[in-house]
Ligand binder design. Structure first.
Ligand code: PLP
Length: 398
């Protein structure tokens, strides 16, 4: 595997509502309504650093704990300085020193085997089909993010050398698996998929947007994971905490092809070193940051599980990295409603707890919501989020 970096702008998934609102509005808790900030105030609150509240009512607005995604981080001072001072060149000519440079299906109608809940399949506008003309054969994602290997082999076998089926050429895995709640794909499983791919002449791509979380959780270098695939991508804008960018690693030939395809898609970048500089700073702290994120996620899961609520549940045993999935157990409290209540700050909350905490979460499907830890969430914020959940659930159970 040759280390090659292709930087690209962060995708639409990173641009969440409210991120563009900058105008500061005076904050006040909502009165009358059972505790909601108006949309504008809510958005503005998300931009306010806000002090960590001690006892007594907060003076300058709620403390916002943003757990919607690990893409919401703001670049650290160190990153901003590195970006300002980055040595740059024209990356389109391969001349950007900070980028430090570091495509599989060639035929239209080729087939890629991937998970029905994978990010590539669900969240990218079917780009595989729209842009590349590739047919997707979907596999069931098991709760731990893996495929059933028998199902995988069966699907490959039925199309292998068939005159009627699309030609299977690629298997895509996601590690960590986001929809499964940041689960880490076991190394033995990667080995087995790799063997299967070799047996039938297929290649493997790992969507490793959060592969560094997987490596840190397993306590191994990321190369122990990437050795089982032909290409792997990872996001700098997630756990690494950079504002934009992604890396793609593969053979020299693959990267040269990826470079050509990136150009075809209009993704060529010029002085990309400004972005690479932030990524390099994030990568230099990566292990410590991700370990802390994982530990915070575990603490939240354990803290919340201890309530024994009948309204929602969390299984701490499935929290392997920085993502916690909360399952709503009753239609009385839907994921969307729980998200609203966690984000809203009421006068009652301030009176009862002496704090104003706005926790932002992301509804994830019909029965679930997602909380994601990142470098802007401290252990103290995590405890505040646990407290807020307790307050909200107690209120709902009254
Ligand atoms: C598993 C997974 N893969 C890929 C991506 C795409 O990353 P980007 O938005 O940086 O293009 C995401 C983003 O949320 C993701 O969660």
């Amino acid at each position: 595997m040759l280390g090659v970096v292709v930087l690209r702008p962060v995708g639409a998934a990173g641009l969440l509502p409210g991120m563009w609102v900058r105008r500061a509005l005076p904050w006040r808790p909502s009165s009358g309504q059972p505790g909601f900030l108006g949309t504008r105030a809510r958005r503005t609150a998300s931009r306010l650093p806000g002090p960590v509240s001690g006892p007594g009512p907060p003076l300058s607005g709620p403390r916002v704990v943003d757990l919607r995604s690990d893409t919401v981080t703001r670049p650290s001072q160190e990153m901003r300085l590195a970006m300002a001072g980055a040595e740059v060149g024209d990356d389109d000519y391969g001349e950007d020193p900070t980028v430090n440079v570091m495509c599989h299906c060639h035929r239209r109608g080729a087939q890629v085997l991937l998970g029905e809940k994978s990010h590539i399949h669900v969240f990218e506008h079917g780009g595989v089909a729209q842009v590349a003309g590739i047919h997707s054969e979907l596999l069931q994602d098991l709760p731990n993010g893996t495929f059933c290997l028998d199902e995988l082999e069966c699907k490959i076998q039925q199309a292998h050398k068939s005159q009627y089926h699309p030609r299977p050429e690629l298997i895509c895995l996601e590690n960590t698996h986001c929809s499964a709640g940041g689960r880490v794909l076991p190394l033995k499983y990667l080995q087995e998929v790799h063997q299967l791919a070799q047996q039938y002449g297929l290649r493997i791509h790992i969507d490793g947007a959060r592969v560094l979380n997987a490596a840190v959780a397993l306590g191994i270098p990321a190369t122990h994971i990437s050795q089982h695939c032909d290409s792997i991508s990872l996001c700098l804008s997630k756990g690494v905490g950079a504002p934009a960018g992604a890396l793609l690693a593969g053979s020299k030939e693959l990267i040269s092809e990826a470079w050509r395809v990136r150009k075809l898609l209009g993704g060529g970048m010029r002085q990309a070193g400004v972005l690479a500089a932030a990524g390099l700073v994030g990568l230099s702290h990566m292990e410590e940051t991700l370990q802390r994120d994982h530990s915070n996620a575990r603490c939240f899961a354990q803290g919340a599980c201890a309530f024994g609520s009948s309204l929602c549940s969390i299984n701490p045993a499935t929290v392997e990295t920085n993502i916690v999935m909360v399952t709503a157990l009753t239609p009385r409290l839907t994921p969307a409603r729980l998200c609203e209540l966690m984000e809203a700050v009421s006068e009652e909350e301030i009176a009862v707890t002496g704090q104003a905490i706005s926790v932002r979460l992301f509804p994830w499907g019909k029965n679930c919501l997602r909380a994601v830890w990142h470098c802007d969430v401290s252990p103290h914020d995590t405890q505040l989020a646990v407290n807020k959940l307790r307050f909200v659930l107690d209120k709902c159970e009254q």
